[in-house]
Design a protein around this ligand. Sequence first.
Ligand code: FES
Length: 150
Amino acid sequence: MGLYNDKVMNEFMHPKNVGEIENPDGIGTYGSPVCGDMMQITIKVDENDIITDAKFKTFGCGSAIASSSVATNMMIGKSVEEALAITNNQIVKELGGLPAIKIHCSVLADHAIKSAIYDYAQKHGKTYKGLEGYDPNAEEEDHHDIPEEV
Ligand code: FES
């Protein structure tokens, strides 16, 4: 009896894009204030602003590993602006769902993506609409962790 569906289990057992890109164009880390787990994402971006590679290292739970596996896969081949539009809901959807108490693990991946792109933008003097108002040090970002139900 599993808490997790087959897709999540499979991504956890066989994660893609594990590791760290050498001389990345952007590197971002994010620590979840919910559980303390950490994720690092490194990216390569070509001259047309397309993400050609993304890798992750996660010091975190199985859901975080599964989330970062699909998140990095979703980024590769996308433009930076398109990658910025990836939400944790899309990551959860891609995984075919996560248990409610594990939703924050997908948020970790979402934040790590934005953190890596933020670093890329900083280093290359670029601005993106999707980064407007993004503050890598903003703790209150994490109110998103709990889906708001009204
Ligand atoms: Fe912390 Fe999943 S329990 S990222």
